[in-house]
Design a protein around this ligand. Structure first.
Ligand code: CO
Length: 216
């Protein structure tokens, strides 16, 4: 979605802020979660700080992976630490990732920090190859399996604007739909009370952030 109305002048201020600033986890149905993230062409100090904040948020929420659009950044990157703790495991950053060579199939329960409390079985390829860049600009090229393959595919879905609830069997999808309705009601209520920006303001901010670090 790229509505030209997003560029309409905001009445009081000078338009959306393109500074990253303090990040916060966003929950469904925040519009960033349905946006296809654009490749990053500029890695600067602000983005490195954003990645540091993402790890802090992920650990605080006891997650093992977090995509940039889960903190309302429209960038094609995600982070993973399969141990979910700062003192264990390895902190991985995947920038502009590409997945290929899916093999096998596995069913495993997943949850998502943007859908707190929802846990359901999701079928995915068991193994996959990932190519990406690290935060230092080094090439990552690895064949993944097991839990890491699972987490990377979940996070990759995020930057494509997909959620694990898009991948459920028909019966679980109906069950998930009830939970999603609840999230939609809460989100709409917060927007109506002015506790969250409205969708037009959110999209304008995402567009502004994209202009700073993505391909034109
Ligand atoms: Co998730």
């Amino acid at each position: 979605m790229n509505d030209s109305s997003a560029h309409a002048a905001d009445s009081a201020d000078e338009g959306p802020d393109a500074a990253i600033g303090q990040l916060e986890l966003v929950e469904y149905p925040h519009p960033a979660l349905r946006r296809v993230s654009r490749p990053v062409v500029r890695i600067d100090d602000e983005l490195r700080d954003a990645v540091r904040q993402m790890f802090e948020i992920m650990y605080a929420e006891q997650g093992v992976g977090l995509a940039a659009n889960q903190v309302a950044l429209p960038y094609r990157l995600f982070i993973v630490n399969t141990e979910g703790r700062p003192d264990a495991g390895e902190e991985l950053v995947f920038i502009n990732p590409q997945l290929s060579r899916p093999r096998g199939t596995a069913l495993q329960e997943e949850g998502c920090l943007s859908l707190p409390g929802v846990r359901m079985d999701v079928r995915r390829p068991e193994r996959v190859r990932v190519k990406a860049y690290s935060l230092a600009g080094e090439v990552i090229d690895a064949d993944l399996d097991g839990f890491l393959a699972r987490v990377v595919q979940h996070e990759f879905d995020h930057i494509e604007g997909r959620l694990f609830t898009d991948r459920l069997s028909e019966a679980s999808a109906m069950e998930a739909e009830r939970a999603l309705d609840g999230f939609r009601e809460i989100f709409a209520g917060m927007q109506a009370r002015g506790e969250l920006p409205n969708d037009r303001q959110i999209v304008a901010r995402l567009d502004a952030l994209e202009r700073v670090r993505c391909q034109a």
